[in-house]
Design a binder for this molecule. Structure first.
Ligand code: 4NP
Length: 145
C-alpha cells in the first residue's frame, strides 16, 4: 500500500501523520510506502515545524528528516490512497483530479469527514492533533489486518 498524507503547508499535520503511519506500519510489519505533501508551496524544502518534531519525538517518532513538498497531479499515479486533514485540503486535491479513479483515492484521515484542526497558530493544538492522527492511523492499520 502506498499512502500520501496531505495538509496545507506540509510542515505541521501531514509530516506528523506520515511519521505516525510509518511507525505503526513498521510495528505491524506492513511493507507500506508512506509520504506526505502540502497543497501550498510556501514550505517546499523546509523541515517540519519544531512543535511537530517535538510532539513526535515525545512519542519516540523522529520526523526531522522530512522536507516539505507540494502535492502534484503525479501523486495520483504514485499513491493508492491520499489522506487529507481538512475540507480545504480535500477541495484542493480533488480540484487536481483528472478522472474518477483519482477522486476515489482521496479520503479524509478522520472518519465522517471530520477535520484535523490546523495547529499553526495555536501551540496548544499540537498534542490533541497528534492524538487525533494517531487514533486515525491505528484504525487504518487495524482495518488492514
Ligand atoms: P499544516 O499547517 O498545513 O498542518 O502544515 C500549516 C503550516 C503553514 C501554514 C499554514 C498551515 N502557512 O500558512 O504557512
Amino acid at each position: 500500500m502506498k499512502i500520501l498524507m496531505v495538509c496545507l503547508g506540509n510542515i505541521c499535520r501531514s509530516p506528523l501523520a506520515e511519521g505516525v503511519m510509518r511507525h505503526l506500519a513498521a510495528e505491524h510489519h506492513l511493507d507500506w510506502t508512506i509520504d506526505s505533501a502540502g497543497t501550498g508551496n510556501w514550505h517546499i524544502g523546509d523541515k517540519p515545524d519544531h512543535r511537530s518534531i517535538r510532539i513526535a519525538k515525545s512519542h519516540n517518532i523522529d520526523i526531522s528528516s522530512h522536507r516539505g513538498q507540494q502535492f502534484t497531479v503525479a501523486d495520483f499515479d504514485q499513491f493508492d490512497r491520499i489522506y487529507v486533514m481538512d475540507r480545504s485540503n480535500f477541495n484542493n486535491v480533488i480540484h487536481l483530479a483528472r478522472h474518477e479513479a483519482d477522486r476515489q483515492k482521496v479520503h479524509f484521515l478522520l472518519e465522517n469527514e471530520k477535520e484535523v484542526p490546523d495547529p499553526w497558530y495555536d501551540d496548544a493544538l499540537f498534542a490533541p492533533v497528534y492524538n487525533l492522527i494517531y487514533e486515525a492511523c491505528e484504525k487504518i492499520v487495524n482495518n488492514e489486518q
